[in-house]
Design a binder for this molecule. Sequence first.
Ligand code: C5P
Length: 206
Amino acid sequence: MIIAIDGPAASGKGTLARRLAAHYRLPHLDTGLLYRAVGAALIEAGLPLDDSAAAVGAAESIDLSRLDAAALSRHDVGEAASRVAAIPAVRAALLDRQRSFGHGGPGAVLDGRDIGTVVFPNADAKLFVTATVAERARRRTAEMASRGLHADYATILADLERRDARDSNRASAPLRIAEDAILLDTTNLDADAAFLRALDLTDAAL
Ligand code: C5P
């Protein structure tokens, strides 16, 4: 059983994917972490983010069991991730890893940008989670402030708009809703209401 959750940055798709995975007792893969790991490797090596050979090398050497979500959550790493994610060879190198995560066991919940369109076009349930960019910026600002980090709403809003544009306009696997995905707009839902709605929609699709 494969559940595909896609959506833009800070839409809440990660939290929903984690909670759905716990509910269905399936493993969960946040595929953004793979692109983040590639971006982080290039930053660490002091290499330009358009060095596709180095980026593919980093993608091939990722160890799924050793991805450190906390270390990869840095803002500059997210930016770098979205840059290397536009390189087709990087996407190709990560495709099999994502597919093998889903195959072989009871199934999986994967969240990202292209799970329902490219990675698992035959997923059993596909959700496209979104919210207005203003609401996503508000949530991201509050979440950063709650972690004691400096958070400026206007900067975060501009960053999200730039990342949305880059993810949606790239040639290779752009962010878009799959034809058979269910749209879940969480703009006016709190986290628990969004989860209950996601559960209803997923149950109905399975
Ligand atoms: O979801 P997250 O913010 O961690 O993703 C970081 C970046 O990785 C995104 O902005 C996007 O460019 C890229 N990504 C992708 N395809 C995925 C998951 C993430 O292109 N399936």
